[in-house]
Design a protein around this ligand. Sequence first.
Ligand code: ATP
Length: 377
Amino acid sequence: IISLAAEELDVESYVIGGFVRDHLLQRGDPKDIDVVAVGSGIELAKKVSELLSHKPKVQVFKNYGTAMLRAFDMEIEFVGARKESYSEDSRNPVVENGTLQDDQNRRDFTINALALSLNKNNFGELLDPFNGLEDLKSQIIRTPLDPDVTYSDDPLRMLRAIRFAAQLGFRIEKESLKAIRENKDRIKIISKERIVDELNKIMLSEKPSVGFALLHKTKLLKLILPELTALEGIDEIEGQRHKDNFWHTLEVVDNISENTDDLWLRWAALLHDIGKAPTKKFHKKIGWTFHGHEFVGAKMVYKLFKRLRLPLNEKMKFVQKMVLMSSRPIAIVDDNTTDSAVRRLVFDAGDNIEDLMTLCEADITTKNPKRFDRYHN
Ligand code: ATP
């Protein structure tokens, strides 16, 4: 139908980006399709709607020159092929009309620049100017153009590279990794909401430690979640050492992720030890202690959520509770060591987060009411 509509309007059209990538990888049911028209994407969307029997509503985003409609249980997004050029201080480029090749040049990764023709003369042909197919096979994240320019132009791509590496289990090409490290400070021009979107996608990947280890390796993590990187390292005094709480945290996150897809439980696992960096002390008699880290950690959760503009709602309170329970209170529930206790609790609750929240509330209010109230006030 898109092909027919494009022919009627006498414009070339292509399917591009994530749909083509995921189709070639045979990855699940597609939820959206991106279509490029060499001409007006908005006009093409309107024509497609006319040809469809249910005449879906076309949502037009005039400022972006894009349009979207829903059909076949998918969102179909239409855009006119464009050429982009960037300035130093913004990730919003100057946009002009362009060819398919211009449009492929502006894409972030070779595997996201693959296009399938919808034109009559070469319907179904794969247009792959940057060897994206080869990179799909060798499982590599690579930029179509100079990586230094790609990441500097739009620093969100640094997080996207890591997110795709985490989701697909691909590795990031060496030059790209180097360019990400060199451009890391430009992450400051990216809005918190977009950063959180990518963090959440990493968090929901099968093994979140893969993405977080890459964020750490490229030194982006220190800029985004310094509370976490502060946990790294092992100190030794008088022959006594403590565990590396950063790498231990990543293990806990993976472990919990094997048992639940709940985003907020995964956040709780990621933050369960953040109070340990500021509370770390060495006592001659007892060795290393992190006394009071649960309460300090729960307060830190609030600040962290505020800074990242995550909603300060029930989910945040839930994460705080989980952090609060990350040692003594939870030991009462499970009578076991801290982290295995968290795992047990999560495992017992399965995906039923309501039960888990009730359980947390009951435990804190009955076993430790004073301390809980003090922290809440
Ligand atoms: P998913 O839907 O799993 O997030 P996707 O590849 O469809 O994957 P989108 O964010 O929907 O991701 O983007 C669609 C396409 O738009 C991408 O495949 C890519 O070609 C292009 N794209 C998106 N964001 C950028 C960006 N920041 N820089 C360059 N190209 C981008």
